[in-house]
Write a protein that binds this ligand. Structure first.
Ligand SMILES: *Cc1c(COP(=O)(O)O)cnc(C)c1O
Length: 396
């Protein structure tokens, strides 16, 4: 009998009861706008910022409307101007080059290694060409962050971290998002906490924090923040920083606060599932498992593997056969961007240079989401199906 999987790769867990109650309380009082506060009230959004700052050990935190908005705000805060070059990953998702395009700047793509992290040699080679690196920890893979910061510090490059897939992860114990000047996170449904849409931005730099608050649309009400610098810092920048509204509201913040409290436990549950799938795939002929470095604390909310040097037809055949058995794989090598996949050369608004070594890797990257609604038994079944279908195509 052929085994099939019938679960949904896009079904996340429900919002926890505590979060639902907090949301209903906000709806009952009606003060959804973050600066709409009753006397003495601190507000869900300001409290969320204070709590997330403490959680990652940052001085300042700003909650915003989306992860992509957080990235664009970070680029504006570090003074990226129209026409400026910005280094970024060739292997990432559309909101990353999109945030660069949103400020009129131009991405310079840096290659990807077989570990699915940014190619540090390519970065070193291109370091002289830009003053900012928008570093995407794509699919949760952290590069050697110590080496990366050495390269960037030596070249005078400011690092903005895209932690959409690394909320809860760490490098050598340092929370992801805390090595660069600014760390940006997404709270969108498919990330590690779920408010539908939402983003968080953290930094230790008071000027960057004040600028980000002003940019997000603070209507000079920045004194109502609990994780922002003191008013004198705002005095320095408030006349020169435009309002580009993208605030978070109290409803989303209310939903997020209880989820952040259980993030570590959720990370553990993701990693149990990840390890089951990884074990099930290991040793499959023709398939390369991505080994995780000892310094990396990861969040296994998705799994990647490589079908390196396979022909397009054979990769497509694996995807098709797995889909027939209910296993939804995504392929970053496909010529056309589909759903959430895309390649650096699919962003035609941004010029790119040929990157044959990265193309070879991108052509073999297979990606799969692991929602927490999957049981460990589901994960074993999924791994058996992939193993069997990769094996069948590999032998044929
Ligand atoms: C989701 C995501 C973002 C931010 O996306 P939003 O949908 O704007 O919250 C940024 N980078 C990557 C790699 C992502 O997957």
């Amino acid at each position: 009998m052929t085994e099939r999987f019938s679960g949904s790769f896009t079904q996340q867990e429900p919002i926890p009861e505590e979060a639902i109650e907090a949301a209903v309380a906000v709806l009952r009082h009606g003060r959804l706008h973050r600066y709409n506060l009753a006397p003495g009230e601190l507000g869900e959004t300001a409290l969320l910022e204070q709590e997330f700052a403490a959680q990652v050990g940052a001085k300042y935190c700003l909650a915003v409307a989306s992860g992509g908005y957080a990235l664009a705000t970070a680029l504006r805060a570090v003074e990226v101007k129209p026409g400026d070059p910005v280094l970024t990953n060739a292997f990432t998702l559309a909101p990353v080059p999109g945030s660069i395009a949103s400020v009129g700047a131009k991405p310079i793509f840096v290659g990807v290694t077989e570990s699915l992290t940014i190619d540090l040699e390519d970065l070193a080679a291109k370091a002289g060409r830009a003053k900012v690196l928008l570093l995407s920890h794509m699919r949760g893979h952290l590069c050697d962050m110590d080496r990366l910061m050495e390269i960037c510090d030596a070249a005078g490059i400011t690092v903005v971290e895209d932690c959409a897939h690394t909320m809860g992860a760490a490098w050598n114990g340092v929370p992801s998002g805390r090595q660069g000047a600014i760390g940006c996170y997404s709270c969108q449904t498919y990330k590690h906490v779920n408010s539908g849409e939402g983003g968080l931005l953290v930094t230790d730099d008071e000027d960057l924090a004040a600028k980000a608050v002003m940019l997000s649309g603070s209507y000079m009400l920045y004194e109502r923040h609990l994780a922002a610098p003191p008013p004198e810092v705002f005095e320095r920048i408030k006349y020169d920083t435009p309002n580009i509204s993208g605030r978070m509201d109290n409803l989303r913040a209310a939903i997020l606060r209880p989820q952040l409290k259980t993030l570590d436990a959720q990370v553990e549950r993701w990693n149990e599932r990840y390890r089951v799938i990884e074990e099930g795939l290991r040793g499959t002929p023709g398939l390369t498992v991505i080994e995780r470095p000892a310094a990396e604390t990861y969040v296994g909310s998705s799994v990647q593997f490589l079908l390196l040097d396979w022909s397009e037809e054979r990769v497509a055949e694996v995807i098709r056969r797995c889909a027939e058995r209910g296993v939804e794989l995504k392929w970053f090598g496909g010529a056309e961007p589909v759903g959430f996949t895309s390649r650096y050369d699919s962003w035609r608004y941004a010029e790119s240079e040929p990157m044959p070594e990265s193309d070879r890797i991108l052509a073999g990257i297979i990606d799969m989401r692991v929602p927490l609604t999957f049981s460990l038994e589901d994960c074993r079944l999924i791994a058996r199906i992939i193993r069997a279908e990769v094996g069948a195509v590999h032998q044929s």
